[in-house]
Design a protein around this ligand. Structure first.
Ligand code: ADP
Ligand code: MG
Ligand code: MG
Length: 317
C-alpha cells in the first residue's frame, strides 16, 4: 500500500551514500534493496582482491576465467561500447586508472613513458569473450578491466526491476551520480543538476522525469591539482590523460541507467557539438551539457522538464 508520504532510507555502499525513497514505510524492503546492491558490488568491485572482476584481472595473460552471467553480460556490453567509433569509453582502462590514482592519496601526474606503456595494455579488442562458456580472457599480461564507470548504472537498473517485481509503483534510488526512478509522484521526480566546483547542494538546474534514469558525470567529482591544472578522473583512453574539452559535466536522461553511464562517458569524449549531433539519431537518449564557460546545452527535451536555477549560467538549446 502506498501513501502520500515519502520515506527515505540510506546506507553507505560502493564508497558512496545511497538513498532509497519509497511511498510506503517498509524497512524490510529497504534492507533487501541494500543487500541486493551489496551482492552486486561484491561481483564487480576492483577495490578488493576477491571479486569476479579481480579474478579476471589476476589471470591476465594466463587463462580465461568463467564468471556469472550478470558479470559476463555487463562485460560484453562494455566491450561493445568500447569499440564504437571514436569511443571515449574503455572497459580495459584499469592500468591507467591505477597509474593515475586520481582521488586517492599520493595522486600526481605520471611520467609520459609510463602512460604510453599502460596505453599498450588497455586495448578493448584484447578482452576475449566466449559466450558459450561465459568466460573472459585478458590477452596481455597486466591488463585490468575496470567497470567503475558502469557498475552503478547496471545496479540501479536491477534495483528498479526488483522494486517493480515487489509491486512498488513509485520510488527512487540514488547511487551517487546515478538516479533511477519509478513512476511519477506529483507529476514527476525532481532531480537536481549540480553546479560544478560549488557547494555540494548548489544546483544549476533541476529536471523532472517519469520512469527515467538520470546520470551525471562531472570533472569536479574527483580530481587533483598540479602545475596550475586540474586532473580529473574521466580518462581519455586514446591519450591516457584526463579528457580535456569545454565540459564540466554531462547528465544523461534515458530509460536504463546503464545506457546513462555509457553515454555520459561517450558524450564527455565527443563534446557538446558532436555529442548533440549524435543524439539527433537517438530518440531514447537525451543529455544536458554543462560547460566551463557557464553554458548549459540541452540536446532536446522530450523525456524531461528543465528548470534553470542559477542566473550565472546561460541556457542554450
Ligand atoms: P563517477 O565515479 O563520478 O560515477 P564515472 O561514472 O564517469 O564517474 O566513472 C568514472 C570511473 O570510471 C573512474 O573512476 C574509472 O574507474 C573509470 N573510468 C575512467 N575513465 C574511463 C573511461 N574512459 N572509460 C571507462 N571507464 C573509465
Ligand atoms: Mg558513475
Ligand atoms: Mg559515467
Amino acid at each position: 500500500m502506498s501513501d502520500n508520504r515519502v520515506w527515505s532510507y540510506s546506507a553507505v555502499l560502493m564508497g558512496s551514500p545511497i538513498l532509497l525513497k519509497l511511498f510506503s514505510h517498509d524497512e524490510a524492503l529497504a534492507s533487501r534493496v541494500f543487500s541486493l546492491i551489496k551482492q552486486y558490488e561484491d561481483l564487480f568491485t576492483v577495490n578488493r582482491a576477491d571479486s569476479q572482476v579481480m579474478d579476471i584481472n589476476h589471470a591476465a595473460g594466463r587463462h580465461p576465467v568463467v564468471v556469472s552471467r550478470p558479470v559476463y553480460e555487463l562485460i560484453k556490453c562494455a566491450k561493445a561500447a568500447s569499440q564504437l567509433p571514436e569511443s571515449a569509453f574503455n572497459l580495459a582502462i584499469g592500468p591507467l586508472v591505477k597509474l593515475w590514482r586520481i582521488g586517492f592519496k599520493g595522486d600526481s601526474v605520471p611520467a609520459a613513458d609510463e602512460i604510453a606503456a599502460r596505453l599498450r595494455i588497455t586495448r578493448p579488442q584484447d578482452v576475449i569473450l566466449d559466450d558459450a562458456a561465459a568466460s573472459v580472457f585478458l590477452a596481455q599480461p597486466g591488463m585490468e578491466i575496470d567497470l567503475g564507470a558502469i557498475a552503478k548504472g547496471f545496479i540501479a537498473d536491477r534495483v528498479r526491476d526488483y522494486l517493480h517485481q515487489q509491486g512498488v509503483s513509485d520510488g527512487l534510488i540514488n547511487l551517487g551520480g546515478n538516479v533511477q526512478t519509478l513512476g511519477s509522484p506529483q507529476g514527476g521526480w525532481s532531480i537536481g543538476v549540480k553546479k560544478p566546483f560549488a557547494a555540494a547542494d548548489a544546483l544549476v538546474g533541476s529536471i523532472e522525469v517519469v520512469n527515467k534514469s538520470v546520470v551525471t558525470s562531472g570533472t569536479y567529482e574527483r580530481y587533483f591539482e598540479q602545475d596550475g591544472k586540474l586532473w580529473h578522473h574521466i580518462l581519455d583512453p586514446r591519450s591516457g590523460y584526463p579528457l580535456n574539452n569545454e565540459l564540466d559535466s554531462v547528465t544523461v536522461i534515458s530509460t536504463d541507467s546503464l545506457d546513462g553511464d555509457i553515454w555520459t562517458t561517450l558524450l564527455f569524449g565527443l563534446g557538446v557539438e558532436k555529442g548533440c549531433a549524435l543524439l539527433r539519431q537517438r530518440q531514447d537518449i537525451e543529455a544536458i551539457f554543462v560547460s566551463k564557460n557557464r553554458e548549459i546545452t540541452l540536446s532536446s527535451r522530450r523525456q524531461f522538464r528543465f528548470t534553470p536555477l542559477d542566473a550565472s549560467y546561460r541556457l542554450t538549446d
